[in-house]
Design a protein around this ligand. Structure first.
Ligand code: HEM
Length: 130
């Protein structure tokens, strides 16, 4: 295993933590109808974090190979797409605050699912306990 693997995985996990933190902060501001949501920093930083999350993911996949890990990696990619779409509806596209609130909770749930897939290397993550 390359010497870079563990540091890259640490960077990836840090970006994952920052990603959900940025989301939850914006979600709370959305619910409170805070004008902070319109701040320029808030519009830029989450995209940088999410780009680094994805780049570190690509680097890790390059090191361990997609083939032997296809099942759980595919589940993570699918989960990431769902997380992004739910996030867009939670922060912008949802028509009422009620629908945005529900989309936000679903986004947080899907994020937790992705993290459980990462930890277990199982494509159904924490659903294996159901
Ligand atoms: C919201 C999106 C994501 C979250 C929350 C997330 C979370 C995590 C976490 C917590 C770990 C560490 C698991 C552990 O060893 O305990 C991890 C590792 C990893 N993630 Fe992600 N990840 C995300 C997206 C992705 C994507 C899209 C890919 C690529 C398809 C990916 C590929 C990997 C790989 C290859 C590892 C290393 C696994 C290992 O060494 O056991 N991640 N991820």
């Amino acid at each position: 295993m390359s010497d870079l693997y563990l540091p890259l995985r640490f960077a990836h996990m840090t970006c994952a933590a920052l990603s959900i933190l940025c989301f939850v902060i914006r979600y709370i501001w959305m619910l409170r109808e805070s004008t902070l949501l319109r701040n320029r920093v808030v519009k830029i930083v989450p995209h940088i974090v999410d780009t680094l999350l994805l780049l570190s993911a690509i680097g890790l996949v390059g090191m361990i190979g997609f083939g032997p890990n296809a099942a759980w990696l595919s589940a993570k990619i699918a989960g990431l797409i769902v997380y992004i779409v739910l996030g867009i509806f939670a922060l912008k596209r949802g028509r009422t605050k009620g629908t945005r609130a529900v989309f936000g909770l679903l986004a947080i749930f899907v994020f937790a699912f992705i993290a459980s897939v990462a930890r277990t290397h199982n494509p159904i993550g924490f659903f294996m306990h159901v």
